[in-house]
Design a protein around this ligand. Structure first.
Ligand code: IPE
Ligand code: IPE
Ligand code: MG
Length: 245
Protein backbone atom coordinates (compact mmCIF):
# COMPACT_ATOMS: atom_id res chain seq x y z
CA UNK A 1 0.00 0.00 0.00
CA UNK A 2 1.55 3.34 -1.01
CA UNK A 3 -0.24 5.40 1.66
CA UNK A 4 0.94 3.98 4.96
CA UNK A 5 3.22 6.74 6.23
CA UNK A 6 1.25 9.82 7.15
CA UNK A 7 3.03 13.01 6.04
CA UNK A 8 1.64 16.35 7.28
CA UNK A 9 -0.12 17.10 3.99
CA UNK A 10 -1.42 13.61 3.49
CA UNK A 11 -5.18 13.35 3.29
CA UNK A 12 -7.35 11.00 5.26
CA UNK A 13 -7.83 8.30 2.65
CA UNK A 14 -10.77 6.84 4.56
CA UNK A 15 -12.74 10.04 4.16
CA UNK A 16 -12.18 11.26 0.61
CA UNK A 17 -14.40 13.63 -1.37
CA UNK A 18 -16.65 11.64 -3.70
CA UNK A 19 -16.13 13.92 -6.66
CA UNK A 20 -13.10 16.02 -7.59
CA UNK A 21 -13.13 18.31 -10.65
CA UNK A 22 -10.06 19.88 -12.23
CA UNK A 23 -9.58 22.79 -14.64
CA UNK A 24 -6.48 21.50 -16.44
CA UNK A 25 -4.89 24.90 -17.07
CA UNK A 26 -1.37 26.15 -17.71
CA UNK A 27 -0.22 23.95 -20.58
CA UNK A 28 0.72 26.91 -22.77
CA UNK A 29 2.74 28.67 -20.07
CA UNK A 30 4.49 25.41 -19.22
CA UNK A 31 5.50 25.02 -22.88
CA UNK A 32 6.73 28.60 -23.05
CA UNK A 33 8.80 28.15 -19.90
CA UNK A 34 10.45 25.13 -21.51
CA UNK A 35 11.02 26.86 -24.86
CA UNK A 36 8.55 24.51 -26.56
CA UNK A 37 5.54 25.07 -28.85
CA UNK A 38 2.16 25.26 -27.09
CA UNK A 39 1.11 21.90 -28.44
CA UNK A 40 3.98 20.27 -26.55
CA UNK A 41 2.40 21.72 -23.41
CA UNK A 42 -0.90 20.07 -24.28
CA UNK A 43 0.88 16.74 -24.85
CA UNK A 44 2.56 17.05 -21.44
CA UNK A 45 -0.78 17.99 -19.87
CA UNK A 46 -2.42 14.92 -21.37
CA UNK A 47 0.22 12.72 -19.71
CA UNK A 48 -0.51 14.42 -16.40
CA UNK A 49 -4.18 13.64 -16.91
CA UNK A 50 -3.35 9.97 -17.33
CA UNK A 51 -1.25 9.91 -14.14
CA UNK A 52 -3.80 11.79 -12.05
CA UNK A 53 -6.81 9.81 -13.30
CA UNK A 54 -5.06 6.53 -12.50
CA UNK A 55 -4.12 7.79 -9.05
CA UNK A 56 -7.69 8.96 -8.32
CA UNK A 57 -8.92 5.47 -9.14
CA UNK A 58 -6.20 3.85 -7.00
CA UNK A 59 -7.04 5.88 -3.91
CA UNK A 60 -10.76 5.20 -4.31
CA UNK A 61 -12.35 8.43 -5.56
CA UNK A 62 -15.73 7.86 -7.18
CA UNK A 63 -15.73 10.64 -9.77
CA UNK A 64 -13.11 12.78 -11.50
CA UNK A 65 -14.27 15.50 -13.89
CA UNK A 66 -11.73 17.33 -16.04
CA UNK A 67 -12.06 20.42 -18.20
CA UNK A 68 -10.31 19.55 -21.46
CA UNK A 69 -11.71 22.05 -23.98
CA UNK A 70 -14.15 24.90 -23.43
CA UNK A 71 -16.76 26.42 -25.73
CA UNK A 72 -14.46 29.47 -25.79
CA UNK A 73 -11.29 27.58 -26.71
CA UNK A 74 -12.27 27.60 -30.43
CA UNK A 75 -10.90 31.16 -30.43
CA UNK A 76 -7.37 29.74 -30.42
CA UNK A 77 -5.22 29.34 -33.55
CA UNK A 78 -6.49 26.48 -35.75
CA UNK A 79 -3.27 24.46 -35.43
CA UNK A 80 -3.46 24.54 -31.62
CA UNK A 81 -7.12 23.46 -31.67
CA UNK A 82 -6.22 20.64 -34.07
CA UNK A 83 -3.36 19.51 -31.82
CA UNK A 84 -5.76 19.31 -28.85
CA UNK A 85 -8.35 17.37 -30.90
CA UNK A 86 -5.64 14.95 -32.06
CA UNK A 87 -4.56 14.36 -28.47
CA UNK A 88 -8.15 13.70 -27.46
CA UNK A 89 -8.43 11.12 -30.23
CA UNK A 90 -5.21 9.45 -29.11
CA UNK A 91 -6.27 9.20 -25.47
CA UNK A 92 -9.82 8.08 -26.24
CA UNK A 93 -8.46 5.32 -28.51
CA UNK A 94 -6.21 4.22 -25.69
CA UNK A 95 -9.04 4.41 -23.17
CA UNK A 96 -11.26 2.25 -25.39
CA UNK A 97 -8.52 -0.40 -25.53
CA UNK A 98 -7.79 -0.41 -21.82
CA UNK A 99 -11.15 0.31 -20.24
CA UNK A 100 -12.07 -3.27 -19.69
CA UNK A 101 -8.76 -4.04 -17.97
CA UNK A 102 -8.60 -0.80 -15.99
CA UNK A 103 -12.30 -0.67 -15.10
CA UNK A 104 -12.49 3.05 -15.81
CA UNK A 105 -15.87 4.39 -16.82
CA UNK A 106 -15.87 7.53 -18.98
CA UNK A 107 -18.44 10.11 -19.93
CA UNK A 108 -18.16 13.17 -22.12
CA UNK A 109 -19.83 16.42 -21.04
CA UNK A 110 -20.35 19.09 -23.67
CA UNK A 111 -21.83 19.81 -27.07
CA UNK A 112 -20.28 17.02 -29.10
CA UNK A 113 -22.38 17.72 -32.20
CA UNK A 114 -19.75 20.03 -33.73
CA UNK A 115 -16.80 17.63 -33.37
CA UNK A 116 -15.34 15.95 -36.43
CA UNK A 117 -16.77 12.54 -37.30
CA UNK A 118 -13.79 10.56 -36.10
CA UNK A 119 -13.69 12.21 -32.68
CA UNK A 120 -17.46 11.99 -32.30
CA UNK A 121 -17.36 8.25 -33.06
CA UNK A 122 -14.62 7.75 -30.46
CA UNK A 123 -16.67 9.68 -27.87
CA UNK A 124 -19.74 7.56 -28.58
CA UNK A 125 -17.78 4.31 -28.43
CA UNK A 126 -16.15 5.31 -25.13
CA UNK A 127 -19.55 6.05 -23.60
CA UNK A 128 -21.12 2.88 -24.94
CA UNK A 129 -18.39 0.68 -23.47
CA UNK A 130 -18.62 2.61 -20.19
CA UNK A 131 -22.28 1.81 -19.79
CA UNK A 132 -21.30 -1.78 -19.08
CA UNK A 133 -19.17 -0.86 -16.07
CA UNK A 134 -19.72 0.25 -12.53
CA UNK A 135 -17.05 1.99 -10.50
CA UNK A 136 -14.62 4.87 -10.87
CA UNK A 137 -15.89 7.39 -13.42
CA UNK A 138 -13.98 10.02 -15.36
CA UNK A 139 -15.98 12.80 -16.99
CA UNK A 140 -14.22 14.71 -19.75
CA UNK A 141 -15.60 18.16 -20.50
CA UNK A 142 -15.15 18.67 -24.21
CA UNK A 143 -16.56 21.67 -26.05
CA UNK A 144 -18.05 22.31 -22.63
CA UNK A 145 -19.37 25.58 -21.24
CA UNK A 146 -21.43 25.95 -18.08
CA UNK A 147 -23.70 28.48 -19.75
CA UNK A 148 -24.10 26.32 -22.85
CA UNK A 149 -24.98 23.39 -20.61
CA UNK A 150 -27.69 25.35 -18.78
CA UNK A 151 -29.10 26.67 -22.04
CA UNK A 152 -29.11 23.19 -23.56
CA UNK A 153 -30.93 21.89 -20.46
CA UNK A 154 -33.53 24.68 -20.71
CA UNK A 155 -34.19 23.83 -24.35
CA UNK A 156 -34.60 20.11 -23.58
CA UNK A 157 -36.93 20.90 -20.70
CA UNK A 158 -38.99 23.23 -22.89
CA UNK A 159 -39.25 20.48 -25.53
CA UNK A 160 -40.50 18.07 -22.85
CA UNK A 161 -43.08 20.63 -21.75
CA UNK A 162 -44.29 21.06 -25.33
CA UNK A 163 -44.65 17.33 -25.78
CA UNK A 164 -46.45 16.97 -22.45
CA UNK A 165 -43.66 15.00 -20.74
CA UNK A 166 -42.93 17.76 -18.22
CA UNK A 167 -44.79 20.53 -16.43
CA UNK A 168 -43.03 23.87 -15.69
CA UNK A 169 -44.50 24.36 -12.20
CA UNK A 170 -43.28 20.92 -11.14
CA UNK A 171 -39.63 21.47 -12.02
CA UNK A 172 -37.28 21.12 -9.03
CA UNK A 173 -33.54 21.76 -8.70
CA UNK A 174 -32.77 18.07 -8.78
CA UNK A 175 -35.17 17.60 -11.69
CA UNK A 176 -33.35 20.34 -13.60
CA UNK A 177 -29.99 18.67 -12.86
CA UNK A 178 -31.22 15.66 -14.82
CA UNK A 179 -31.27 17.80 -17.98
CA UNK A 180 -27.60 18.76 -17.62
CA UNK A 181 -24.73 16.96 -19.36
CA UNK A 182 -23.76 15.77 -15.86
CA UNK A 183 -27.13 14.07 -15.18
CA UNK A 184 -26.79 11.42 -12.50
CA UNK A 185 -23.38 12.61 -11.26
CA UNK A 186 -23.23 14.22 -7.80
CA UNK A 187 -21.99 17.82 -7.68
CA UNK A 188 -18.21 18.16 -7.31
CA UNK A 189 -17.08 18.41 -3.68
CA UNK A 190 -13.77 19.95 -4.67
CA UNK A 191 -12.77 21.99 -7.74
CA UNK A 192 -9.05 22.42 -8.33
CA UNK A 193 -7.57 25.04 -10.64
CA UNK A 194 -3.84 24.99 -11.24
CA UNK A 195 -1.81 27.68 -13.03
CA UNK A 196 -2.58 30.59 -10.70
CA UNK A 197 -5.78 31.81 -12.36
CA UNK A 198 -8.54 32.59 -9.87
CA UNK A 199 -11.69 32.02 -11.90
CA UNK A 200 -14.02 29.25 -13.07
CA UNK A 201 -13.88 30.13 -16.80
CA UNK A 202 -17.39 28.75 -17.45
CA UNK A 203 -16.77 25.42 -15.68
CA UNK A 204 -19.66 23.58 -13.95
CA UNK A 205 -21.56 26.78 -13.16
CA UNK A 206 -24.69 25.02 -11.89
CA UNK A 207 -22.87 22.16 -10.15
CA UNK A 208 -20.28 24.32 -8.35
CA UNK A 209 -22.85 26.12 -6.14
CA UNK A 210 -21.38 24.55 -2.98
CA UNK A 211 -18.09 23.13 -4.22
CA UNK A 212 -14.93 23.88 -2.25
CA UNK A 213 -12.39 25.69 -4.45
CA UNK A 214 -8.64 25.08 -4.40
CA UNK A 215 -6.16 27.14 -6.38
CA UNK A 216 -2.47 26.48 -6.90
CA UNK A 217 0.25 28.20 -8.97
CA UNK A 218 1.56 24.88 -10.25
CA UNK A 219 1.04 24.55 -14.03
CA UNK A 220 -1.04 21.54 -15.05
CA UNK A 221 1.81 19.56 -16.72
CA UNK A 222 3.70 19.80 -13.39
CA UNK A 223 0.69 18.83 -11.28
CA UNK A 224 1.51 15.69 -9.30
CA UNK A 225 -0.09 13.10 -7.03
CA UNK A 226 1.44 15.03 -4.10
CA UNK A 227 -0.25 18.21 -5.31
CA UNK A 228 -3.58 16.39 -5.51
CA UNK A 229 -3.06 15.06 -1.97
CA UNK A 230 -2.34 18.60 -0.77
CA UNK A 231 -5.60 19.80 -2.34
CA UNK A 232 -7.60 16.96 -0.80
CA UNK A 233 -5.99 17.52 2.61
CA UNK A 234 -6.88 21.23 2.41
CA UNK A 235 -10.45 20.29 1.46
CA UNK A 236 -10.67 18.01 4.48
CA UNK A 237 -9.95 20.98 6.76
CA UNK A 238 -12.84 23.02 5.37
CA UNK A 239 -16.13 23.41 7.17
CA UNK A 240 -18.97 22.94 4.68
CA UNK A 241 -22.03 24.66 6.06
CA UNK A 242 -24.31 24.95 3.02
CA UNK A 243 -25.79 28.09 4.47
CA UNK A 244 -26.43 26.56 7.89
CA UNK A 245 -24.48 27.17 11.08
C1 IPE B 1 -5.23 24.53 -20.70
O1 IPE B 1 -3.99 25.12 -20.88
C2 IPE B 1 -5.63 23.69 -21.88
C3 IPE B 1 -6.77 24.22 -22.63
C4 IPE B 1 -7.41 25.31 -22.35
C5 IPE B 1 -7.20 23.46 -23.78
P1 IPE B 1 -3.83 26.51 -21.65
O2 IPE B 1 -3.56 26.20 -23.08
O3 IPE B 1 -4.97 27.40 -21.39
O4 IPE B 1 -2.52 27.06 -20.97
P2 IPE B 1 -2.19 28.59 -20.65
O5 IPE B 1 -3.30 29.09 -19.78
O6 IPE B 1 -2.13 29.29 -21.96
O7 IPE B 1 -0.89 28.52 -19.94
C1 IPE C 1 -10.16 26.94 -19.09
O1 IPE C 1 -8.90 27.44 -19.34
C2 IPE C 1 -10.50 25.84 -20.05
C3 IPE C 1 -9.72 24.62 -19.91
C4 IPE C 1 -8.78 24.38 -19.06
C5 IPE C 1 -10.09 23.57 -20.83
P1 IPE C 1 -8.66 28.71 -20.28
O2 IPE C 1 -7.20 28.88 -20.35
O3 IPE C 1 -9.38 28.55 -21.55
O4 IPE C 1 -9.36 29.86 -19.43
P2 IPE C 1 -9.07 31.42 -19.39
O5 IPE C 1 -9.04 31.90 -20.82
O6 IPE C 1 -7.76 31.62 -18.71
O7 IPE C 1 -10.19 31.98 -18.58
MG1 MG D 1 -5.31 28.77 -19.92
Amino acid sequence: MPFKKKAPEEPDFQNLPRHVAIIMDGNGRWAKAHGLPRKAGHAAGAETFRTIATYCKDIGLEYLTVYAFSTENWKRPADEVQAIMDLLKKYLREAIEKMERDRIKMRLFGDLSVLDEELLALCRETEEISERYEGFQVNICLNYGGRDEILHACKSFAEDCLSGKAVPSELTESGFSDYLYSAGVPDPDLIIRPSGELRLSNFLLWQSAYSELYFTDVLWPDFSKEELCRAIAAYQHRSRRYGGV
